[in-house]
Write a new protein. Sequence first.
Length: 297
Amino acid sequence: MRHTPTPVPDGPVTPDDDSRSTSSGDKARRGALADFLRARRESLQPEDIGIPRRGRRRVRGLRRHEVADAAAMSVTWYTWLEQGRDIHATPQVIEALARALQLDDSEHSYLRRLAGVIPKAIQPRRPQVGDSLVNLVDSLLPNPAQLMLPATDLITWNRAYARIFVDPSILPEEDRNALWIQAMCPEVRHRLVNWEGETQIAVGRFRAEAAKYPGDPHFGRIIGRLTNDSDFFRDIWGRHEVQGFEDRVKTIEHPDVGAIRVSVVKLRPLEHPHLMLLVHMLDDDESRARANRLLAH
């Protein structure tokens, strides 16, 4: 099964359009940074950073001055960051904030992107994908595989993906998005063991990827659709959790053949570094046999 959307041609960009895009992207990045800092501050308790609890607290989590003190920075400067003001934090300040807020590696990387202390990625265009990549995805059978844009729009997928999860070709084109499929398709919700936990991880990965493209309207449209359509997504998105890719196994309980165990591998083609190739590697002989039975039908 394959589906290759028509590429969007690259059009000329005038200086005025470019400056407006940059300004909008910077504003979106600062807003996301403010939300992330606030969410992390509110998720910590004083004792988490070595502050004795004294009496009743009327605020949720830490106070701003407590974070600023832990990061050895001005409370005014920290407050401006939480307000999304147009200020530029140094890498040293961001490192200190990451330590004060006890961020893990994925959250730390996400914070650096939002703070603009690493090079900002180029806004992706829809690529012209050749037959070689489409054939590669097909050749990975019996392992399910899909090729996606940064916002998880599906470019192509193989028959194993369609049989084990859901066939994107039966969905409206605007729904052919891996995150939307996982969050909204009842087939995936019923088949994916620990669907809530797996979807929480998927949303965290999506947030980490979105940080590379601040202000990108397509990410915004997907977030808006899912926020409107899914209470579960809206709750997770509001937590500002970030998740990187890690070596782990998940299980799909298929109604026709039973449990199929897979581990997910993410690759990026050298000629299209903005694309993501996700391969669900079948984890054991029984899973491989069951996938092959599905494909034989």
